[in-house]
Design a protein around this ligand. Sequence first.
Ligand code: HEC
Ligand code: HEC
Length: 410
Amino acid sequence: MTHPTPRKKAIGWPARHALAVGYAALALACASAAQTAGASIGANATSELAASAAPNTALARLAAPADNRTAVCGLPAGWDMACLRAQYQGPPAHWPRPAVDAGKDWQEWAPVPAVPTPADAAEQARRLLGQALFFDPGLSNKGRVACASCHQADKSFGDGLALSVGEDRLMGRRRAQPLFAAPFADRLFWDGRAPSLQAQAKDSIRNPFEMNNTLAAALAHIRAQPQYRDWMQAAYGHTDIGEDEMVDAIASFVRTIRPPATLADAAIAGDTGQLNDQQLLGLHLFRTKARCMNCHSGPLLTDNAFHDLGLSFYSRRNQDLGRFEATRDKADLGKFRTPSLRGVAHAGPWMHNGLFASLPGLIRLYNAGMGTVPGDPAQDPYVPPKSPHIRALELDAAEIDAVVEWLKIL
Ligand code: HEC
Ligand code: HEC
């Protein structure tokens, strides 16, 4: 598995992997069924075994197929949409409580906080200067790559590539992040290694796989541009600004980035009547049976925390151990920061490495409980353990479609 053609390979791996995981579980279940059968053959052997097994084994599911009857508005044949519409009247505080694991912190959905009015003319000038710098390729070594090359507004401020490509076509090892979560995050990047937007901007200017420049050279370029003089004067009271002021201006602009309003905003504001049946069912499943609210909660649909979904390719060529690489703390092995799902339909290919080219494929892997982690944690303390919040979901095909339809309007 190499990365030169990540998008083509991206589709194959998870699908094949999910299948392999399914077969392995089934084979294991059958083997132990045969053993038990040898000891005592009873009419209830299968269901006894299923009862004693973990709830998500293939055998347990065979014995007790997914049944939504115990869920709010669940029917043997599907979902009672009139009932769901009645449940989801008004804003989120009136909706059924989401399914979140005990002890996991979460926040109710709410409108995305508006951009604060600038405190003064200096603040307004900082934002305008920062915006101009964001679009200025002169910040890069050879003057070809701007922040906006990799963070494009129509792609939710990502770049549509699995792995981002910087100056001289050098390819980084991660996908450019959409920027909707950035104004609200304490720790930036997929691995949280930057403690502030200012530190993040310095990293991007210097990163050989991004702008490949020095801060001094970027600054010399800015100071030499006559069109920046008035803003620099208004923002900082002088025109010979320093490195910290340069990245302060960029951060001031990034803090003003917001997702465009969508149907989901109408629903969160209490007007769920605008959603069609599939979108409403998707919203309900996202909050309940599909368990997404464990991590994608709050106004931006992210807890801004770090989780291991089992996508670190441990001990393989394109291994990425995520937050662990920044902290070297084994508790962080394989963890990546939960992305905001606002504008997610325009942000693909998805995940830190652009592994998924399609949202249905991505949801199918969540449905399978993600892949198994290769390696045995008892033997190898560096095996990244998958998050306890990730489990097989038992969504059927129509339910997967509904979740995708909901994601499309975020
Ligand atoms: C070559 C493409 C590229 C360029 C140019 C680039 N970025 Fe990025 N950006 C990325 C990638 C890739 C990541 C994720 C890197 C990681 O997690 O290791 C990222 C992450 C970020 C984040 C973190 C978002 C979050 O929620 O944590 C911010 C903010 C950001 N970039 C802003 C900028 C700014 C400002 C500039 C210009 C100074 C810039 N980027 C230039 C590719 C790029
Ligand atoms: C345990 C926490 C957790 C749960 C539960 C969870 N996610 Fe995620 N989600 C994450 C993290 C972390 C990532 C980034 C992982 C990576 O890049 O390796 C992510 C990435 C995504 C992405 C890709 C976004 C992007 O910009 O790349 C989508 C879409 C997504 N999740 C949707 C969902 C849906 C739908 C559910 C419910 C079925 C769900 N998630 C459940 C933590 C979670």
